[in-house]
Design a protein around this ligand. Structure first.
Ligand code: ZN
Length: 235
């Protein structure tokens, strides 16, 4: 773990809030906040689809270093003006963006990286998933064992229709031999984007120690506001 930086990283945790209350009483965004608070060094806020301006106003994004995003059923309900604002904040202002699990279908994720984020199969079987660290020296992998197991997860399969990641930190494997690039980093414009596959809403994945660690690491990494090829030194 790092020493807390002088200024806390300001993280806006957004969810459409369709996740089941029995698993996530405070939403997936609330669970992410809980993990970041335990880690320390973060100033967290929550926002949801039903908020005024969908929680994505200029004022909200202007005071955000990293936007953590969960959407699943309501990707299309996010207003195009808000999507455009998010993409602008990432590329121009260097805001970080972390897309969780089913957020492969989120409009900001598609537009900021110019890809469709399609997967070639999924299976909601609640079987274990093995997450392998493929770049152990990456800031997002700090403190992780070389592999760890998520006891219950949804399978997502390659081929994964993404712009090839600038850095690949994690690969997940599933019960019938499927694999997915499950921790991917990109540097669009001045910003940083991380995709993290774990976290099907029916299972308590975001309460797991390793998942909280990855998200805290990823929020610190994504907050750096130094995107772009050739400017990837880590601080
Ligand atoms: Zn899912």
């Amino acid at each position: 773990m790092r020493e807390p930086s002088e200024r806390p990283v300001r993280v806006l945790c957004w969810s459409e809030r369709t996740e089941p209350v029995r698993v996530y009483p405070q939403g997936i965004n609330g669970a992410v906040v809980q993990g970041l608070q335990e880690a320390g060094g973060f100033e967290t806020r929550v926002a949801r689809l039903d908020d005024p301006e969908q929680g994505l106003s200029e004022e909200a994004l202007g005071s955000t270093d990293v936007l953590v995003w969960f959407s699943h059923l309501k990707h299309r309900d996010v207003a195009d003006a808000n999507v455009e604002r998010i993409v602008n904040h990432i590329k121009e202002c260097g805001m970080g963006y972390i897309a969780l699990h089913s957020s492969i279908g989120a409009k900001p994720f598609h537009i900021v990286l110019d890809h469709r984020g399609s997967i070639s199969g999924w299976r909601e079987d609640g079987c274990p998933s093995v997450v392998s660290v493929c770049q152990p020296d990456h800031p997002i992998a700090q403190g992780l064992d070389r592999t760890f197991v998520i006891p219950q997860e949804e399978m997502y399969a390659e081929p994964f229709g993404i712009t090839p990641p600038d850095e690949l930190v994690l690969i997940s494997s599933f019960g019938q031999g499927e694999v997915l690039r499950s921790g991917c980093c990109w540097y669009p414009g001045n910003g940083r984007v991380f995709y993290f596959q774990p976290g099907h809403e029916a299972y308590p994945v975001y309460f797991q120690r390793e998942i909280k660690l990855v998200l805290a690491n990823a929020c610190r990494w994504a907050a750096a506001r130094t995107g772009g090829a050739g400017n990837r030194s880590e601080g």
